[in-house]
Design a binder for this molecule. Structure first.
Ligand code: SIN
Length: 539
């Protein structure tokens, strides 16, 4: 490897760093700027996040016939009782306030007859999903949050900067290191607290509904900094993503089934009642696995989602984005069944976090999909994720604001020198590694896993390890490195969990309840795990 000396520069002065510009990050920044200067660091464009593409809606107990206790019990039941009750309580009880606040800031949720329209989705006992512009809910919520964030002089943006690693001094997170995607310059960004809101890692699967940004960056950098990751085996596969050789796995919202859409197998038969009494409205993990079974039994690559009976006018008005997108791929969903198959969608696992976003590293907080406060248990309830971003983004900001100031730049000179001395490397062929990883995860660590398939995946990661340890510099290389590390964490946790629960299905351990079924898996960097300090703490 060529040894190159890199010059490190200081980035803009800020009290707080928010990494990521999805719903959790924006909500956190809007609260934090009341307490100091905030820098939002985001790779690519600030408009590229999973939140902005969220279709179906946001679940919240605001309907007259609903109440927070029902939302709570639906959340816990959908999560197969693994969820942390304290976190679920916070979500459902604080959710209405956060949504009302968003409405006063200008969010336009759809109404029918002057009243908010609430849809039902899988595993909800009430109609409680709010939507905007039919199927553009995330876009509308982000529009309002972005506008608000833009207006505030104490919120600065660092777009097109890839956060490479966290800065840790004396066991405390005190900033991050980011690489400019345009110039390659490396910037040190000191701060009193860092909030990670970098989303999930769906891109490590061959089929995913996620944007290209979802490469597990936050989870990977936290893991390298010695932070505990929790529940990493639980990856949610959305049951219905468009399946066409010519199209990406575009999401077909669960709300389509909520409005009466049915699933049909290759022979045209409806089948969901054979798997669950709630049929198409069963929890997501059950629907996804039922589809998988039908595909395997009939040797087909997809099933169909049929909404043709809902009527042309209704479909075009209710699902305008989906209607137009499918039309671009030559499918008129008002007349034709839509070919669909499951795709990686959401990570229940992430940085082990408390209800105020605190992680196992002081000074580092996490919210949204990249965090795991246990709210979703083994399977997230449909449309709980936008609410999660709002509620826990806000709470993480509150707790970050109470932290003492971080070390001054002058005290961090040594760190800069250490980074400058690092050798700079590059992957031989990051595109090839990315594609191999995506196929490997899909086939060995996907919807259905076995001990053997997981070990095969681990063996392949070990072959890649020597390449990914280098201090890489380009976004493409860094993303692959992050995905390989997160993939390993998912695989290790999946191998550890010798039972099937929620989204984690082991063909070799198909029953739900082994002796330790309620234990949460934890993954920690080997060097930290084996350090005498950690062992002493654990003991
Ligand atoms: C959907 O509209 O089906 C996705 C929303 C979610 O993941 O909860």
């Amino acid at each position: 490897m060529k040894k190159v000396t890199t010059r490190y520069r200081w980035g803009p002065e800020a009290d707080f760093l928010v990494i990521g510009s999805g719903i959790a990050g924006l909500r956190a920044a809007i609260e934090l700027c009341r307490h100091g200067r905030v820098l939002i660091v985001t790779k690519g464009s600030r408009l590229e996040s999973n939140s902005i593409y969220a279709q179906g809606g946001v679940a919240v107990a605001l309907n007259a016939e609903d109440d927070v206790n029902l939302h709570f019990s639906d959340t816990i039941r959908a999560g197969h009782q693994l969820g942390r009750e304290e976190a679920a309580r916070v979500l459902v009880e604080e959710g209405p306030t956060r949504i009302q606040e968003l409405i006063t800031w200008g969010t336009q949720f759809d109404k029918v007859g002057g009243k908010f329209a609430f849809t039902k989705e899988g595993a909800h006992s009430r109609n409680r999903v709010l939507r905007a512009r039919g199927d553009a809910t995330g876009n509308e919520m982000i529009r309002v949050l972005l506008e608000r964030a833009r207006q505030h002089p104490d919120i600065q943006w660092f777009d097109r900067h890839f956060t490479k690693d966290l800065l840790v001094v004396d066991g405390r997170c005190c900033g991050a290191v980011a690489v400019s995607e345009t110039t390659g310059d490396v910037k040190l960004l000191p701060a009193a607290a860092v909030i990670l809101t970098t989303g999930g890692a769906g891109q490590m699967y061959a089929r995913t509904t996620n944007t290209g940004n979802a490469t597990g960056d936050g989870m990977a950098m936290a893991y390298r900094a010695g932070v505990v990751l929790e529940d990493m085996e639980f990856v949610q596969f959305h049951p219905t993503a468009l399946y066409l050789p010519s199209s990406p796995p575009f999401l077909l919202s669960e709300a389509m089934r909520g409005e009466g859409g049915v699933l049909r197998n290759r022979k045209g038969e409806v089948f969901m009642l054979r798997y669950h009494p709630a049929a198409e409205m069963a929890p997501r993990d059950i629907v996804a696995r039922a589809i998988w079974s039908e595909m395997a039994a009939l040797r087909s690559r997809h099933v169909y989602l049929d909404v043709t009976h809902l009527g042309k006018d209704f479909i075009k008005k209710r699902f305008p984005t989906i209607y137009q997108t499918c039309l671009r791929f030559d499918i008129d969903i008002t007349e034709e069944w839509i070919p669909v198959s499951p795709s990686a969608h959401y990570f229940m696992g992430g940085l082990k976090a408390g209800i105020d976003g605190e992680t196992t590293l002081p000074g580092l907080l996490a919210a949204g999909e990249t965090a795991c406060n246990g709210v979703h248990g083994a399977n997230r309830l449909a449309s709980n994720s936008l609410l999660e971003g709002l509620v826990f983004g806000y709470r993480a900001a509150k707790s970050a604001a109470s932290l003492p100031a971080g070390p001054k730049r002058a005290h961090m000179k040594g760190l800069a020198a250490r980074f400058a001395a690092e050798p700079v490397g590059a992957l031989e062929d990051s595109e090839k590694m990315r594609n191999s990883l995506r196929r490997l995860m899909w086939t060995k660590v996907g919807l259905v896993r076995t001990g053997d398939s997981l070990i095969q995946a681990l063996t392949q990661f070990s072959r890649w390890d020597p390449q990914i340890v280098a201090s890489l510099r380009t976004r493409a290389d860094l993303e692959v490195k992050n995905m390989v590390q997160v993939a390993r964490c998912v695989t290790e946790a999946a191998l550890w969990r010798e039972n099937s629960l929620g989204t984690h299905y082991r063909e070799d351990f198909p029953t739900c309840r082994g002796p330790a079924w309620k234990t949460h898996s934890q993954v920690l960097l080997e060097s930290v795990r084996s350090s005498p300090k950690t062992r002493r703490r654990a003991g």
